[in-house]
Design a protein around this ligand. Structure first.
Ligand SMILES: [Zn+2]
Length: 232
């Protein structure tokens, strides 16, 4: 009898470990970098490679022009490309109903002329809502763009936060977050801290994946803005 109980306990333990492991292994994190490519991109790419991690780069029009080889390297190493517009100025890109679309189209032409393809993935500067209005959003959607914001924000672009501060912010944002989309920037301090950030996710069994045109976009317009609960 004791032996049966022992075996039963063993089976339950193995079963629960297996269930836990399978749930754990399904966690995916989407790391994203805005504002590149810049001279910091090589360090970012080397660190991603170290963790066999794929990420998504929302690139700026001028920086495509300035750093075409870095853009090509991002693509060659299996990362995903989205657009971040051209002006990077809230007073410009959100100034007229069609301006966000115009900026994305301009960057997309430049992308096409540089690497031979276009993308439907976009992220507007500083996040869509509250800067963007519903009309601008509808125009972008009608042009088939997928607008992405984020769900995890270590605020790496505000001042120069320490890695501990950023990891604390990540931990807080991850609570109850089944779809972590991490906002990072193509800048020196982030490049230098990226190893610790990737190690944080890797040690918690996250798989790194890219955003694609097939992924349903997550954005503030739909989550909190005027597009909420409305179709179109
Ligand atoms: Zn930006």
């Amino acid at each position: 009898m004791k032996r049966i109980i022992f075996l039963l306990i063993c089976s339950i333990t193995i079963l629960s470990v297996a269930v836990f492991a399978s749930t754990d292994s399904e966690k995916t994190v989407y790391i994203t970098f805005d504002d590149g490519p810049t001279h910091n991109t090589p360090v970012i790419l080397d660190t991603l490679k170290k963790y066999n991690a794929k990420a998504t780069f929302f690139v700026l029009n001028d920086r495509i022009t300035e750093n075409p080889d870095l853009l090509r390297r991002i693509i060659a190493e299996g990362h995903s490309i989205g657009l971040h517009g051209s002006s990077h100025d809230v007073n410009v890109i959100y100034s007229t109903p069609s301006k966000p679309l115009e900026e994305m189209n301009k960057a997309n032409e430049n992308l096409y002329n540089t690497v031979g393809f276009k993308t439907r993935l976009i992220r507007t500067p500083y996040g869509s809502y509250p800067y963007m209005n519903l009309e601008q959003y509808k125009i972008l959607k009608a042009a088939n763009y997928n607008l992405w914001d984020w769900t995890v924000d270590p605020r790496d672009g505000v001042g120069t936060p320490t890695i501990d501060t950023m990891l604390n912010r990540i931990t807080n944002d991850l609570k109850g977050n089944e779809n972590p989309i991490v906002l990072l920037h193509d800048r020196k301090s982030t490049a230098n801290n990226l190893d610790s950030i990737l190690n944080y996710f890797s040690s918690r069994n996250y798989t790194f994946d890219v955003l694609t045109e097939k992924t349903d976009p997550v954005n503030f317009m739909e989550l909190y803005g005027p597009a909420r609960n409305k179709s179109g």
